[in-house]
Design a protein around this ligand. Structure first.
Ligand SMILES: Nc1ncnc2c1ncn2[C@@H]1O[C@H](COP(=O)(O)OP(=O)(O)OP(=O)(O)O)[C@@H](O)[C@H]1O
Ligand SMILES: [Mg+2]
Length: 449
């Protein structure tokens, strides 16, 4: 427990005095007379803090500290040092003791040190949890050819400063890839700043991107840095660039060309060093053709293209992804991981996953929360509800074109699967010309096996 303390000292008087004052302060106190006794207690008890005398018979305080750390104990340790051994107490702090108190003990100082030690240990634990969580969120699961190629591409491109444009359907992992590129680059300890191009309010675009000087407009009470300046030295992630308004596109183009800008209301240009990674789930070539995206901006952004295939084109990754999310969410919710039966995995393979990995992740999380069963079969999958089936979900497409594209993609993939990827046979079965099928496949981004 966090507020429990183990006092390790061979002098009975010290043990009892400390016990008294610490109990008065609300701590739960236990004591041990020797290093051995301390290690024995640690085998079956957890303490927030250990007060450890430097001088102990047989194994001394330093050795005890070494051994308890070797056993993976991460309680906060405060050394108690006598006159002659302050040096030892200092070297103990190098071994991971938080601090030391000197005999004769000032009780006030001891209480304060114990409190600080516990607080510090708490913070370290929180910190570790958070960074574990962040690293977990960065894990890229999947051993399909496509995923392996993607990882390889990341490791080649990350160390350069090259601009990357990541394309892929919604939920395929574009942001994950952008963060992986950043964290494998030499900029990894610098900011990763995200701009959702669709979400910037039109009238605040300049101020959002480039910042403003104090008094630049009514309401600008203080100077404010824009995203480009905040990202200086780091990576700027431009998300959903297909939704960028014309005005933002023009601004973006200028700053990318010149690598500098002027904050609103200031005429002192600011130069920045940012690496730009952008992402889109729209087909930019269509947008360019229709005049909705500037081709000059496209070429500036698309120095190194990354294409993330949809989940239904790399179904080999499905079992590993299910396992990954199953383990992760079970741990998050303090439950035992489910066992997915072959029937469930098979059913999942036959589903379209239009929301890709995000949809799969949500599905597995929902099952962890909602399903009490230990074994998950096909019947336990909410996705197989007819109302969620692939065709019905085409209602969620905004336009006729996107709905029919999705349907055609489904249909073609299905036929290709039936013919083992033989395009000629698939075209025959579908009653279309082979060249027509090739063209459709290319347009729909279906890769030939
Ligand atoms: N290969 C993978 N391994 C593990 N988790 C993944 C993988 N790909 C995606 N994810 C997870 O799926 C979710 C969606 O990924 P992400 O946000 O990167 O997708 P996106 O392409 O940016 O989606 P959108 O277009 O909707 O913004 C995230 O929780 C991400 O961590
Ligand atoms: Mg995203």
């Amino acid at each position: 427990m966090q507020n429990s303390i183990l006092i390790v000292d061979d002098e009975r008087g010290i043990r009892e005095t400390l016990r008294g004052v610490l109990e008065d302060e609300g701590f739960i106190v236990d004591t041990a007379k020797s290093g051995e006794a301390c290690l024995k207690k640690l085998a079956s008890n957890v303490y927030g803090c250990i007060l450890l005398d430097v001088w102990l018979p047989e194994i001394d305080g330093l050795e005890t500290l070494k051994r308890l750390r070797a056993e993976g104990n991460d309680s906060a340790v405060v050394m108690i040092s006598g006159h002659g051994n302050i040096e030892t107490a200092v070297s103990a702090t190098k071994l991971g003791a938080f601090d030391f108190v000197e005999k004769p003990l000032s009780l006030e100082k001891t209480i304060l040190t114990v409190r600080n030690a516990i607080k510090q240990r708490d913070l370290e634990r929180v910190n570790k949890n958070l960074s574990d969580q962040i690293n977990q969120d960065l894990e890229m699961v999947g051993e399909s050819i496509a995923m392996r190629a993607l990882r390889k591409q990341i490791s080649i491109v990350a160390p350069t400063d090259g601009r990357v444009l990541i394309s892929g359907e919604s939920g395929t992992g574009k942001e994950l890839v952008a963060k992986a590129i950043h964290s494998e680059s030499k900029r990894k300890n610098t900011p990763f700043i995200e701009i959702n191009s669709a979400a910037i309010p039109e009238d605040l675009v300049e101020s959002e991107l480039f910042g403003h000087a104090k008094g630049a407009f009514s309401g600008a009470l203080k100077a404010k840095k824009g995203k480009f300046e905040i990202a200086d030295g780091g990576t700027l992630f431009l998300d959903e660039i297909g939704d960028m308004s014309e005005r933002v596109q023009a601004k973006m183009l200028r700053v990318l060309e010149e690598q500098r800008f002027e904050p609103v209301g200031s005429n002192a240009p600011v130069s920045v060093d940012v690496r730009v990674i952008s992402a889109t789930n729209k087909r930019l070539d269509d947008l360019i053709e229709n005049g909705n995206f500037r081709s000059d901006l496209f070429y500036r952004l698309n120095v190194i293209p990354f294409q993330i295939p949809p989940l239904r084109e790399r179904l080999e990754d499905l079992p590993a992804l299910v396992e990954h999310f199953n383990k992760r969410f079970s741990a998050d919710y303090g439950k035992r991981p489910k066992v997915y039966l072959e029937s469930a995995i098979d059913a999942m393979r036959n589903y379209a996953w239009l929301g890709n990995v995000r949809e799969l992740r949500n599905t597995v999380e929902r099952i962890v929360i909602m399903n009490e069963k230990e074994k998950i079969g096909a019947d336990d999958l909410p996705v197989l509800n007819p109302s969620n089936a692939p065709i019905a979900s085409s209602f969620r497409f905004p336009s006729f074109k996107e709905a029919t594209d999705a349907y055609q993609r489904e249909f073609i993939l299905h036929k290709l699967e039936e013919t083992d990827g033989n395009v000629t046979k698939a075209a025959e079965a579908m009653g279309v010309d082979r060249s027509h099928l090739y063209r459709r496949m290319k347009n729909l981004g279906i890769q030939q096996k």
